[in-house]
Ligand binder design. Structure first.
Ligand code: G
Ligand code: G
Ligand code: MN
Ligand code: NA
Length: 253
């Protein structure tokens, strides 16, 4: 309850922050985009872990509010950077499970993009595997509308859910993200054939693959050899503040 009240206040008073974790093209080592991750340090509660407060937000019907806050915060920052002549790569925002079946999601995003005069391809969305498999018409409508507008969609935590292969092939998505639990066991000799199978499947249905949680050079090399195109993880970069990202953008211009 304390966390719930604190979270409501934090959302209303802009007391949360967003950090961006860079994503790379593994072969070329080129920056390809960012994942937005929310952070909360409360004056009384201290730092609350995102998996804890995101789960609470979802449980007390604050998921939509949290998502909209993150979307708004990210798009505003992208606008500031673009107005300053910087060219940030696309930012992927995580959307909570229930919110993806809300018909207003696409309209909210389109409204924000219009208001800020931002192109749709500056934003991407991540939805969890469980949501994507939910087989609900409103989820499909959101996916289709976003993709049609040019917003790319990634299935997050791939491999941890209960995907039906045939349904997955019918979904309008652009990427799957291989969950970090598989990536982290790769250099201990585990999960190699599983990751190979995921890459083969992705190729068959023509979606890109992003590996999450790459922490070592060995993991990075293995994934590159297996033909995984994109990745993120502490090996490359930690989730990074807006101001540090801005410095990187300025240096590389
Ligand atoms: O950011 P990690 O740093 O600890 O995040 C932990 C969990 O919280 C992950 O499952 C992640 O998907 C979720 N999470 C982090 N940031 C966001 C966010 O901005 N929105 C949503 N919906 N989930 C987030
Ligand atoms: O949205 P998702 O559940 O995929 O959230 C990604 C989570 O993974 C976040 O909590 C983020 O901070 C975390 N993360 C990012 N890179 C690494 C990494 O290299 N190792 C580990 N253990 N976690 C990571
Ligand atoms: Mn994610
Ligand atoms: Na994930």
């Amino acid at each position: 309850l304390e966390i719930e009240q604190g979270l409501r206040r934090a959302l209303d008073q802009d007391l949360l922050t967003v950090v961006l974790q860079p994503k790379y093209q593994l072969g070329s080592q080129q920056l390809s985009g960012y994942e937005a991750l929310v952070r909360w340090h409360d004056a009384q509660l201290g730092t609350v872990a995102p998996d804890v407060f995101v789960a609470i937000a979802e449980a007390v019907n604050l998921g939509k509010k949290l998502d909209c806050w993150v979307l708004k915060t990210v798009l505003r920052q992208v606008k500031v950077w673009r107005d300053a002549g910087l060219q940030p790569k696309p930012v992927a925002v995580n959307i909570t499970a229930k919110h993806f079946s809300d018909p207003a999601l696409y309209e909210f995003i389109q409204h924000k993009l219009n208001l800020l005069a931002l192109p749709a391809d500056c934003l991407q969305l991540e939805i969890t595997e469980g949501v994507a498999m939910d087989n609900s018409p409103t989820i499909l409508d959101n996916l289709t509308a976003c993709r049609h507008a040019g917003i790319k969609i990634a299935i997050d935590d791939f491999g941890t859910g209960y995907s039906s292969l045939s349904y997955l092939t019918s979904l309008p998505i652009d990427y799957i993200k291989i969950d970090k639990t598989f990536v982290q066991q790769l250099d201990k000799g585990h999960n190699l054939s599983l990751v190979k199978a995921m890459l083969a499947m992705a190729q068959a249905i023509e979606v890109g693959v992003i590996a999450e949680g790459i922490e070592t050079a060995e993991q990075q090399m293995l994934l590159t050899e297996l033909g995984c195109e994109f990745g993120q993880g502490y090996f490359y970069a930690k989730p990074t503040s807006f101001s540090d990202i801005e410095q990187q953008l300025t240096v590389t211009e």
